[in-house]
Design a protein. Structure first.
Length: 216
């Protein structure tokens, strides 16, 4: 099972800065994610970049944890285009893939292993797993190579969410009390939520301490 980390967003609601470089306890969110993934059986690890790719590629964590960078040539098209870029770069012999958001600060190796085990023991006939907290969808998601093939066959029109709508009977909504699957940092309110939960401050690197007026 491989892993695709989506980190191509512009960060429009965070001052046009790469959210994955926010630091918690001295580590960027991207580094925390790669560290957690590296402690599991997932391989290879792919990171899809788009906006801010040049800056993010300066992060030593990408090399330290052996992540392969994939560039999304059309990041403005959103998660669908990033997912497609990642899937096209994966080896053909994988049985399944986990799709991870780079800005989920509290997903650790234990949470990832729980997803893997839930996927392995999923109900017969289901091909995609999504963690569900109090009936609300979370991330990461895991799906079979068959699903990956179906998504790629749609020529850029289908992502995981669209696949779920088209194949509701093949989606396993795995119920879990772990609210960390629901938490990502999309805006300042999310940032404050993380700080409240952890008792620590999410900090920008010094070169990103000021927000930008346009994408970089």
């Amino acid at each position: 099972m491989g892993a695709i980390v989506l980190a191509a967003g512009a960060g429009n609601r965070m001052g046009h800065r790469p959210k994955c470089l926010l630091q918690l306890s001295g580590k960027s969110l991207l580094e925390r994610q790669l560290e957690a993934l590296s402690q599991t059986q997932l391989a290879p690890l792919l990171v899809v970049l788009g906006h801010h790719a040049e800056r993010i590629q300066q992060e030593s964590a990408l090399r330290y944890w052996g992540a392969r960078v994939v560039l999304n040539p059309r990041p403005d098209d959103g998660h669908v285009s990033s997912l497609r870029a990642g899937l096209l770069a994966l080896p053909l012999d994988l049985d399944a893939v986990m799709v991870v958001l780079a800005d989920q600060p509290l997903i650790d190796a234990q949470a990832i292993d729980a997803l893997i085990q839930a996927y392995v023991s999923r109900p017969v006939g289901t091909k995609m797993l999504q963690p569900t907290v109090q009936d609300l969808p979370g991330n990461p998601v895991v799906f079979s190579s068959e699903v990956a093939t179906q998504i790629l066959a749609e020529d850029g029109q289908m992502g995981a969410r669209q696949w779920q709508k088209a194949h509701p009977d093949e989606l396993y909504r795995w119920k879990t009390p772990d609210a960390h699957y629901r938490l990502d940092v999309d805006n300042e309110q999310d940032r404050q939520t993380v700080e409240s939960l952890t008792g620590q401050t999410l900090l920008w690197p010094s070169d990103l301490s000021r927000s930008h007026t346009k994408q970089t």
